[in-house]
Design a protein around this ligand. Structure first.
Ligand code: MF3
Ligand code: CO
Length: 263
């Protein structure tokens, strides 16, 4: 069924209920993690908190062990990406210090469905220009989400994100993309954070996407560290990452990974 292989899944009412539940867990736990961020805490401590929260709720991690079959897979529950790290930073003994920024990327499986969300937060006080990077990346995410209206086309999402990020003088990462999400963490389609408007399949109610812009202060280039997971900016500039799992309804987007106080 070649022609249908990459078609975009549309969720049933029942599946949507299960995804709301999974995403709510993600949102609640991510809020707890955000509140722990302060100078002196290690990224491993944040990961341990995430793992305990998952266990207490009787859930499973979307990320632990994730990867191509036969390979060891991602070694932690949480991705912790500090400063010039873009995504997939591996938790460890590194202590956060005043002025850092840290991206927390987190996903769970509940009732057979994944939820996936990320936020980048300042550690203590940061420079105004760094605040602007965080605010712009978040608003780029929201500009993308605003496009999730039935009848719009897939590339409208990335176009809106790129316009917002580049309009503020920053660049968007090309090597990583947003994605469909459901019984698998990554489902069709891939959702680039850039591109022309008005291309690709039409958006329909019942589609669920994880939208996740990564925005760099400098150029868009990416380099991989030797751990084979951590992606950093090629020029060493700071990078921010925000993500939500979002359902398309008849009336527009419903952000599933948002509770009171979320990004
Ligand atoms: N939000 C990220 C993504 O969708 C997190 C994946 S971490 C991994 O790619 F370990 F699962 F790869
Ligand atoms: Co994701």
């Amino acid at each position: 069924m070649m022609a249908f292989r990459d078609s975009i899944p549309v969720k049933t009412r029942h599946e949507i209920e299960a995804m709301r539940e999974a995403a709510r867990h993600v949102a609640e736990i991510l809020l707890e993690l955000r509140e722990l961020v302060q100078p002196g805490i290690t990224t491993a401590e944040l990961d341990e908190h995430a793992a305990r929260a998952i266990e207490r709720r009787g859930l499973r991690s979307s990320f632990l062990g994730y990867g191509p079959q036969g390979l060891p897979g991602y070694p932690a529950t949480l991705c912790t990406s500090v400063n010039e790290e873009i995504v997939h930073g591996i938790p460890g003994p590194r202590e956060l210090k005043e002025g850092d920024i840290i991206g927390l990327d987190f996903g769970v499986i509940a009732g057979g469905f994944h939820g996936d969300s990320a936020v980048t937060v300042p550690v203590g006080r940061v420079d105004p220009e760094v605040e602007r990077l965080l605010a712009t990346t978040r608003s780029a995410l929201y500009r993308g989400i605003e496009q999730m209206v039935p009848g719009r086309r897939l590339s409208d999402i990335g176009h809106a994100i790129q316009t917002e990020a580049e309009g503020a003088g920053f660049s968007v990462v090309r090597s990583f993309v947003g994605h469909g999400i459901g019984r698998k963490l990554h489902e069709p389609p891939q959702i680039p954070n850039y591109g022309p408007p008005g291309k690709g399949p039409r958006l329909r109610p019942g589609m669920v996407f994880a939208i996740e812009p990564m925005v760099n202060v400098g150029g868009p280039g990416v380099r991989m560290l030797e751990d084979e997971w951590t992606a950093v900016t090629e020029d060493g500039s700071l990078s921010a990452h925000f993500e939500h799992t979002v359902l398309i309804t008849e009336d527009g987007p419903e952000i599933l990974t948002r509770v009171e106080g979320s990004h």
